[in-house]
Design a protein around this ligand. Structure first.
Ligand code: C2E
Ligand code: CA
Ligand code: CA
Length: 554
């Protein structure tokens, strides 16, 4: 760390490069030759030798000036003792006196250059360095980032904010505050996977740039980093807990210059504070993109009120019994002007606005009503309904309580209700989410991990996640017949899930071959166009009755 600090704050000392020394030596020798052939030491060409002395003093300061002075003195004294015009020997005093001047000028110039360098260092330090915390500052950060931008390098910027800054200040007192911060910085920079320099923004905020990562990769790293940051910092034999949050922005995605990138990292910090997260990677909110989106979100608001949404259902077939065991609820939007709009077109936008909350509430209420209606028609059939929820629902503190309220009011057994959530959505704030999932399961609500295998799935976390089902992403099922890698992936997901006591659902099953393969290899459930497309509840209820009847008889 201190090595890095030096690099970032001091003007580099000139290194002893052989080429500089050779050039200076050559210039000394050349001036000696010129003096000799132009008549010797009586002529004013003698002063030429000051040039290499000054150059040497510039590069190597006092020692440079001194040594060049001595060499010049020897060259134009004892080694060239005659005046070539008159062929007269020089007197000792002459060349001793001359050597004295050469050395004097060399030393004087060297000292002057040294003084200048020190002053420059000082100015540099004041401009680019925070004296009390001993870190390079925001100006230095901006310079480095601008340089990176000029070179076309991609990077990410992390702003660290000490949330309990004022508590710590009160605790350690003003006298020890900067020493504590230095200790904290040491703690951060000791983290083995991140060894980039930190920059001082203000007493509670620090910044670091890192090379660009993919979102999932970065989330993974930051999760581990957060765990590390949560450990107390030992300061004067006392363990002090810091509450550090992080906001991250990405160049070039989030802005074209360093000011914009810094601003976006600060916006991410605001979001972390408002939504009580540990960190956030900046993303443009749908609402600030353009007018169309604002219009779309307004339409959604109206459509919730005017009942323009409806739920389609798709059955999940139990591959051991061939009977329908569950349904997945999939939203459909019957837009008053545009007609049917598929969820892929509006859900991602709604997810980035707070409208996802009333929309999910609507889905919960409607699916509960529908499944109770089904219970009444089907009488004895045991079956659950799964709804899709997004990261934003899960981050919202009151979501679980609201869901439980709806469940309690509906009188449906919680075992007949399930949620589907993707792994990427769970990865933001994994620890909190694990607690929430456990809460759901304690109540009896089932949990599906959706789209498994899509993007970056980390099997490592699987055993930590309290879930009942894994849904293998449609991509692998669709491509089972195309290559053996996909088959191997499906097989290993099934094996691993079973080892962890998790049931496996294959989604997007479209052909008999796919279904046979899944059955042969012990997959537990399947869902897809092969059985039926998602449809209105009336159609699906009818379909279920027919399908189950046929398989019971068969
Ligand atoms: P998902 O949860 O992965 O849902 C599966 C999607 O695959 C559905 O698309 C379904 O209609 C489709 N599908 C089912 N079987 C097959 C098949 O055999 N072949 C193919 N090619 N596709 C099949 P859909 O209904 O358009 O939904 C798309 C996505 O929208 C869903 O993906 C889910 O992420 C989201 N979504 C749907 N409803 C809701 C909702 O109520 N709330 C939230 N937050 N998201 C929803
Ligand atoms: Ca789903
Ligand atoms: Ca899925």
């Amino acid at each position: 760390m201190h090595y890095l600090l030096k690099n970032y704050t001091k003007i580099k000392k000139y290194k002893y490069k052989p080429i500089t020394i050779i050039i200076i030596a050559f210039m000394l020798w050349l001036s000696g030759i010129i003096v000799y052939y132009t008549g010797g030491t009586q002529q004013s060409y003698l002063h030429l030798v000051y040039i290499p002395i000054l150059i040497s003093a510039y590069f190597y300061k006092r020692w440079g000036g001194l040594i060049a002075g001595v060499i010049a003195g020897l060259l134009l004294g004892p080694y060239m003792p005659i005046d070539t015009n008159e062929m007269l020997m020089q007197a000792h005093v002459n060349w001793s006196f001359r050597m004295f001047f050469f050395v004097l000028i060399g030393l004087f110039a060297g000292s002057l250059f040294r003084l200048l360098e020190l002053q420059l260092n000082k100015i540099n330090k004041i401009a680019y360095y925070n004296e009390s915390i001993e870190l390079p500052n925001k100006t230095k950060l901006k310079n480095i980032l601008s340089e990176k931008i000029e070179n076309g390098e991609e990077f990410q910027l992390i702003i660290f904010s000490i949330k309990n800054y004022s508590d710590i200040y009160k605790l350690v007192g003003s006298k020890y505050f900067s020493s504590f911060i230095k200790e904290l910085i040491k703690h951060i920079s000791e983290y083995n996977k991140i060894n980039n320099p930190l920059f001082y923004i203000n007493d509670s905020k620090y910044a670091m740039y890192i090379e660009k990562h993919s979102k999932v990769e970065l989330i993974n790293k930051l999760r581990k980093f957060t765990k590390y940051l949560n450990k107390p910092v030992k300061f004067k034999e006392v363990s002090i807990y810091t509450d550090i949050i992080m906001g991250i922005s990405t160049y070039p995605k989030d802005g074209k210059d360093c000011d914009e990138i810094i601003e976006k990292a600060f916006l991410a910090i605001d979001k972390v504070k408002n939504e009580k997260l540990n960190f956030w990677i900046y993303e443009r909110e749908a609402v600030d993109v353009n007018y169309n989106n604002i219009e779309l979100l307004g339409d959604i608001d109206n459509s919730i009120k005017n009942n323009n949404f409806l739920l389609y259902y798709q059955p999940k077939i139990n591959l051991k019994t061939d009977l329908v065991d569950a349904y997945e609820a999939l939203i459909r939007w019957n837009h008053p002007k545009e007609g049917f709009i598929p969820p892929a077109e509006f859900i991602p936008k709604v997810e980035r606005s707070s409208l996802i909350e009333p929309l999910t509430d609507w889905v919960i209420e409607q699916s509960l009503k529908d499944i109770i209606e089904y219970e009444e028609i089907a009488e004895s059939k045991e079956l659950h309904v799964a709804i899709n929820i997004s990261a934003r629902n899960f981050q919202e503190p009151s979501f679980i309580d609201r869901l439980f309220d709806y469940l309690d009011k509906s009188n449906l057994a919680p075992e007949k209700f399930a949620i589907e959530i993707t792994e990427t959505d769970l990865m933001i704030e994994m620890d909190k989410n694990i607690r929430k999932l456990s809460q759901l399961r304690e109540k009896g609500v089932k949990v599906y991990l959706d789209d498994f295998g899509k993007g970056y799935s980390s099997l490592r976390y699987l055993k930590e996640l309290p879930i009942d089902y894994i849904k293998i992403d449609q991509f692998f099922i669709n491509n089972i017949d195309k290559n053996s890698t996909n088959r191997d992936i499906v097989l290993s997901i099934i094996k691993l899930s079973h080892a962890l006591d998790i049931k496996v659902v294959a989604e997007g099953v479209e052909t008999k071959e796919q279904l046979d393969f899944l059955k042969e290899n012990n997959c537990d459930f399947a869902q897809g166009y092969y059985f039926t497309r998602p449809d209105k509840k009336e159609e699906i209820f009818k379909w279920t009755a027919k399908h189950d009847e046929k398989h019971r008889r068969g």
